[in-house]
Design a protein around this ligand. Structure first.
Ligand SMILES: Cc1cc2nc3c(=O)[nH]c(=O)nc-3n(C[C@H](O)[C@H](O)[C@H](O)COP(=O)(O)OP(=O)(O)OC[C@H]3O[C@@H](n4cnc5c(N)ncnc54)[C@H](O)[C@@H]3O)c2cc1C
Length: 477
């Protein structure tokens, strides 16, 4: 399948070099001197995201409220200066790297949990609220907000919305987009609009709420979010199943789904991942096994126990070598801490870790795993495979020992083949990390020229000067 280049990207018609002292002082007037950063060492800290990419912004602005966000955007729009919205900067797609300079608009001061509405089962938050804080607050009231990116202890709700974040719970409960009911958004012009609301049903006009979910900071800046909550499940069971072969583990995912059981979580870890997880969190993971699955089921007491029994039966007949059911909250934490440490532990193994999230329909997981391993051999790339196998969302990670251009090009060719494989199997370029910078050149491969043109028309309508997060989704000018 040929890789077609995306049509010409939208351009930012002025560069950040226009940002002189007069503009900096206007920005300081809006947010206050203390909340405008322009020293090189400060700018450096806001040039990163969760990837190995970096670029310097010209200024970092930390607004305190919607009005300040609107004034900053209005000013930047008039001057054609790029604006890159930023939450915790943990994204894995280059999303917050200011590749064309300009203003990084850090939303971390807007971090309030505004309301938990028990009568309507909703919560309303500001975008800079850390995801885990929402989890903790609603769980104290017997409620549940399921989307749980593995970065949830630091990621923000605004970043989750803008990336359409997923996580281990999403197999059963869906991703961020399934929970967002309403938004307050500031457009590039500085105009403020409200979408959706607290109603579960809402078909009034176009669904602007879900247009902004997953828009990667390219269509508007989210300043308030209303999400749906559900009752906290009564009981949950966590188990780890170990397999001699990776394909056995991948096949088990299809067997469980085919048996009409929907666990909360089906997290796959291959042998490389098991080794690093055991090295960083020794919990007795077998080092001679090819794969393990971290499985969780939940529901009311009866339902959760029934599912535990059914999954155990399927594991027995599916060639699992060993099954370990967590008996205490401490054992549950032990299993999860190993899984959550995977990403950081893999990074310590190599000079550069590049992790992607091409996603396939659930039934295609065994074939996708086979193809990833075959492509790794073909391209001579050391690869670790882990991820949310229950929803087909695998994270193959290339572990490079050097950052030379040759190594990076080899990894690039490897991932290009992985994206093609995912699309051939009826999947998508990205299940939860977003297109960002790296996958922009593959956009038309998935959506075709007409699909990309429709997306660009929406972008041009909402951000005619192309100031919002330029270079993302559609590629560089
Ligand atoms: C160790 C690790 C594990 C991870 N695990 C997962 C996982 O399991 N599932 C998953 O989905 N992701 C995962 N991620 C990726 C990342 O954490 C998510 O994409 C998360 O949603 C980003 O949140 P953030 O606050 O860091 O956003 P940022 O990285 O700051 O921003 C992400 C994007 O959103 C835009 N943005 C931020 N705030 C706003 C706003 N208020 N309005 C408009 N646009 C905005 C930015 O411009 C950028 O394009 C992981 C990352 C790491 C480092």
């Amino acid at each position: 399948m040929p890789v077609e280049p995306s049509p010409a990207p939208l351009s930012v018609r002025a560069s950040a070099s226009r940002m002189g002292s007069e503009l900096l002082s206007r920005l300081a007037d809006i947010v206050g001197e203390r909340h405008l950063l322009s020293e090189r060492e400060d700018l450096y800290c806001y040039g990163y995201d969760g990837t190995a990419q970096h670029a310097l912004p010209d200024a970092v602005v930390l607004p305190a409220n919607t009005r300040q966000v609107a004034e900053v955007l209005k000013l930047a729009n008039a001057r054609h200066v790029p604006v890159v919205p930023r939450g915790a900067g943990t994204n894995l797609s280059g999303g917050t790297v200011p590749i064309q300079g300009g203003i990084v608009l850090a939303l971390t001061r807007l971090d309030q949990l505004l309301e938990i509405d028990r009568a309507n089962l909703t919560a309303t938050v500001q975008p800079g609220l850390v995801t885990a804080k929402l989890h903790e607050a609603v769980e104290r009231q017997g409620l549940f907000y399921p989307p749980d990116p593995a970065s949830y202890s630091v990621s923000t709700l605004g970043g989750n919305v803008a990336e359409g974040a997923g996580g281990p719970h999403c197999f059963k409960y869906g991703t961020t987009k399934d929970y967002v009911l309403g938004l307050e958004v500031v457009l590039a012009s500085g105009d403020v609009l409200r979408t959706g609301g607290k109603t579960v049903k809402n078909v009034s006009g176009y669904d602007l709420t879900h247009l902004f979910v997953g828009s990667e900071g390219t269509l508007g800046v989210v300043t308030e979010i209303t999400v749906r909550l559900i009752p906290l499940p009564e009981e949950r069971h966590t188990m780890l199943a170990v397999f001699d072969t990776l394909e056995d583990a991948a096949r088990l995912v299809s067997n469980i789904v085919a048996a009409r059981i929907v666990p909360v979580t089906l997290e796959l870890m291959d042998e490389v991942v098991l080794r690093v997880a055991e090295a960083s969190h020794p919990i007795g993971l077998p080092l001679d096994a090819e794969a393990a699955l971290l499985i969780e089921v939940d529901g009311n007491r009866e339902e959760a126990r029934h599912q535990l029994e059914r999954v155990s039966q399927i594991l027995d007949s599916s060639g699992a070598r060993q099954v370990r059911v967590a008996r205490t909250p401490a054992e549950v934490d032990e299993l999860w801490s190993a899984r959550r440490a995977v990403s950081a532990s893999l990074s310590r193994l190599c000079a550069v870790k590049i992790s992607e999230d091409a996603t396939v329909p659930r039934a295609a997981v065994p074939e996708m795993v086979r193809r990833i391993k075959a492509l790794a051999r073909e391209h001579r790339i050391e690869v670790a495979v882990f991820g949310h196998a229950g929803d087909g969302n695998l994270h193959p990670a290339a572990l490079l020992q050097d950052r030379t251009p040759q190594e990076m090009e080899r990894a690039d060719r490897f991932f290009a083949d992985i994206f093609r494989a995912a699309l051939e199997l009826g999947g998508t370029l990205t299940g939860e990390h977003g297109i960002g910078v790296f996958k922009a050149r593959f956009l038309s491969l998935q959506h075709g020229a007409a699909g990309v043109a429709a997306m660009k028309a929406i972008k041009a309508a909402l951000d005619p000067n192309g100031i919002l997060n330029p270079g993302k989704i559609f590629g560089q000018v």
